[in-house]
Design a protein around this ligand. Structure first.
Ligand code: HEM
Ligand SMILES: *[C@@H]1O[C@H](CO)[C@@H](O)[C@H](O)[C@H]1NC(C)=O
Ligand SMILES: *[C@@H]1O[C@H](CO)[C@@H](O)[C@H](O)[C@H]1NC(C)=O
Length: 322
């Protein structure tokens, strides 16, 4: 009798432990809006496709917004907030000012989602979905995006200035800034493959093309033609992060690194006789491995301290708290 009670108690506590573990580890789920907003995925996909059709670079701009959202107070839509008289925006921080873009596309998607499912879907989740759909639109891999994030009521300007790595970063700095966010070396190298699409301004790569030694000379000469050595008028001139296929999500970024054609100093740091060289070589010849590692790392990045349950809110307008 006594042993049967303690056996039942043991079984019950195993079940409770399993339930708690489920809630702690699986707060986000791809099915989160299956009942509350059944058309969500098709609305976001169509709107993102439309935006990328009219400007392919938009897929890159949205992907970068997601990265900058998740690295600052977690994936909580904080990057989307406009500043107020009492709150400085993340948009105005160093890494984003005159650089981050795509906010108008997120606004358009949000208004279509609100029209279908009022006050239901967070801006943070819309950004996560549009990011995936943009990558797919440029030929990249697809995956099920875990959902259920809620939106912050505040931005973190100082966090955006301190937690986003700069283009002059060393490998050691990149590794430690990703580690702080729970991302390991493999995640860093896979996520950096995002630079297979998109553009960058001369002011971010000037130092590399004039002062770095480990750069392909032909490539440096080409880039110098539209990026003068002194700061001024040319600062905002654009060049593709991937010299080969800038609007195709593929593994050419890693091939570029092997020929010393990474455009940012931080890019080339991943292949500079260091710990990531072997993985860069693998990704450069094996796009399936790159894609599966990239997906795993994107899901991991998307899980950085989300607001869930009753924390935060479902913003009606992604630019301001309710
Ligand atoms: C590893 C550290 C990283 C550094 C230092 C870095 C730095 C930069 C810089 C300086 C730009 C150019 C911005 C401009 O000229 O306006 C850029 C663009 C971009 N970054 Fe990163 N980045 C990093 C990691 C990432 C990650 C993890 C992702 C996404 C997973 C990402 C996605 C992008 C994309 C897609 C663009 C192009 C944006 C566009 O064309 O609008 N980056 N990055
Ligand atoms: C802003 O970000 C910094 C750096 O991650 C963090 O230490 C700080 O607690 C954040 N502030 C708020 C109000 O969340
Ligand atoms: C420089 O880039 C070209 C492609 O533009 C490549 O053929 C060459 O091998 C590269 N040089 C080095 C040293 O990697």
């Amino acid at each position: 009798m006594a042993s049967s009670i303690s056996l039942r108690f043991a079984t019950l506590s195993i079940v409770i432990t399993a339930l708690l573990a489920f809630h702690a580890n699986a707060q986000l789920s791809p099915q989160f809006y299956a009942n509350t907003c059944p058309n969500l995925l098709s609305i976001v996909r169509a709107a993102t496709q439309q935006a990328v059709n009219s400007e392919p670079r938009m897929a890159a701009s949205i992907l970068r917004l997601f990265f900058h959202d998740c690295f600052v107070n977690g994936c909580d839509g904080s990057v989307l907030l406009d500043g107020t008289t009492t709150m400085q925006s993340e948009k105005s921080a160093g890494a984003n000012a005159n650089s981050a873009r795509g906010f108008d596309v997120i606004d358009t998607i949000k208004s279509r989602v609100e029209a279908a499912c009022r006050a239901t879907v967070s801006c943070a989740d819309i950004l996560a979905l549009a990011t995936r759909d943009g990558i797919v639109a440029l030929g990249g891999p697809t995956w099920a995006v875990p959902l259920g994030r809620r939106d912050s009521r505040v931005a973190n300007f100082s966090g955006a200035n301190s937690d986003l790595p700069g283009p002059g970063s060393s490998l050691a700095t990149l590794l430690s800034m990703f580690q702080v966010k729970g991302l390991n070396a493999r995640d860093l190298t896979a996520l950096s493959g995002a630079h297979t699409i998109g553009q960058t301004q001369c002011r971010f790569f000037r130092n590399r093309i004039y002062n770095d030694a480990n750069i392909n000379a032909t490539f440096a000469t080409t880039r110098r033609t539209t990026c003068p050595s002194t700061s001024g008028n040319g600062d905002l001139n654009l060049a593709p992060l991937d010299v080969q296929t800038p609007i195709r999500f593929d593994n050419a970024y890693y091939q570029n690194l092997l020929t010393r054609r990474g455009l940012l100093h931080s890019d080339q740091e991943l292949f500079n006789s260091g710990s990531q060289d072997a993985l860069v070589r693998t990704y450069s010849t094996n796009s399936a491995t790159f894609f599966s590692d990239f997906i795993a790392a994107m899901v991991k990045m998307g899980n950085i301290t989300p607001l869930t349950g009753t924390n935060g809110e479902i913003r009606r307008n992604c630019r301001r708290a309710n």
